[in-house]
Design a protein around this ligand. Sequence first.
Ligand SMILES: [Zn+2]
Length: 425
Amino acid sequence: MSGLVIAGGEVLTPDGLRTADIVVRNGTIGDVGGNLDRTGLRVIDATGCWVGPGFVDVHVHFREPGFEHKEDIASGSAAAAAGGFTAVVPMPNTNPAADRPEIIDMVATRGREVGLVEVVPSGAITMDRAGHVLTDIEGLWDAGVRIYSDDGDTVADSGLLRAAMERIAALGGVVSQHAVDPGLSGDGHMHEGTISARLGIPGIPAAADDIVIARDLALVRLTGCRYHLQHASTAGAVALIGDAKAEGLPVTLEASPHHLAFDHRDVETGGTRFKMMPPLRTPADRDALRDGVRNGSVDMIATDHAPHSQEEKDVAFVDAPNGVIGLEWSAAVVNTVVGLDADRFFARMSTAGATLAGIADRHGRRIEPGTPANLVVFDPNTETVARSTESRSSNSPYLGKRWRGVVRATIYNGHLTHDSEGVRP
Ligand SMILES: [Zn+2]
C-alpha cells in the first residue's frame, strides 16, 4: 500500500501542538517530524491546519435497517468522513431496532464493508425500545456493544432502568440516556416559553429534561453504573451533571452543535429545520452549554445526526419529525460559536467520545509514531458557506450559513477518506 505524508500542519502531539510532517504507511503513523523522505508518498498540504485524532461521534442515526430512504450506512459514513470523523456510534432506533446481537453484527459488518469510518453500534436497553422488557444485555455486550440506549425515547420506568444499570455496570458498559420526561413533553413540539406561546405551538418545559436527569443520577448512586447524558439542552443539565461529577459519580455529558449554535428564536424564522428533541431552548441555556464546552463540564460534542427526507420535513411544524443532520458541519460550528484551542477542541471532538465508546486504543489519541492512523486535517481559520452534503437527506439548519473551519482531509485506518478542494495532492 502506498502511503501519505501530511505536510506542514500544527500537529497535536503528546507534548502539545508543534509544526511537523506525518508519514502514514500501512494504516499506521510512521515518523513525525521535519525533513522526512517523501519519495513515493502522496502529499497532503496541511499548512495552517490542525492535525489531530479523527473526530468521534457517539450519537448518530444512520437509519439502516428500515429507513434507508432517509440515510443508510454508506451515505451516513460518507457524511461522517466528509465531516472529519473516523468513528461513529449509530443509535438503535432502526427497524428492526438494534435490540439483539444479529442486528449489531449486521450494522458493524456493513460499516466495515463501506470502510469510510469505524461504525460502532450501540444496543437498545429495552426490546423494540418500547420500555417494557430488557434486552439480552450480556448478549449485546458479547456482540461488541458498549453503549446502551433507547435513544428517541426515555427509559421512563425507574425499576426497569435500575435493573438495566445493575447488569450494564457489571459488564463495564454505559447507559446513554435520551432524557425527556414523556409526561411533561406530552404533545409538545418546541421549547415551552415566550416563542412557543407566540406561535401557539405546544411546548416542552426544560423541567422535562432536568427531572429525568435528577432521577437517573439517583439510580447511578444506587447502581454505580456509568451514565452518559445525550444531547443536553438545558442549563439545568449542565449543573446537575457538574454536581454529580463533583460528587465523584461516573457521568458524562454531550452537547450537539445545534444546541450550541441556535436557540428557540430560530424556530420562528427557520421552521422545521430547527425542530429536534430535545428542542432548542433559551439563549441562556445555549450559553450555559457553550461555557460548558469551554470549561469541560460538557465532555464531548455529538451531532445527533438525524436524517429525514424533504417530504417528511416539508410539512406543518407540529407534523414534522424531530431531528437535523450535522456530521459535516459539527467541527466548523463548534469552532465558530464556541472557539477552543486545539487541546480542548480535540478533547471534545475526538478523545472523550473514543473513551466513552471503548475505542480509545485506536481513536482519539494524540499523534505519535506507531499508533493507528485515524486522523483529521482541520483548518480552523477559513470561512465557507455550507452548500452541500453527502447525506441522503438535507434537513440541515447549517446549510446556507457561513461557518469558520474546514475539514481539509480525513484519514481512516491509513486511507484518505475525504479530501477537500483545498488539498493539493
Ligand atoms: Zn435522543
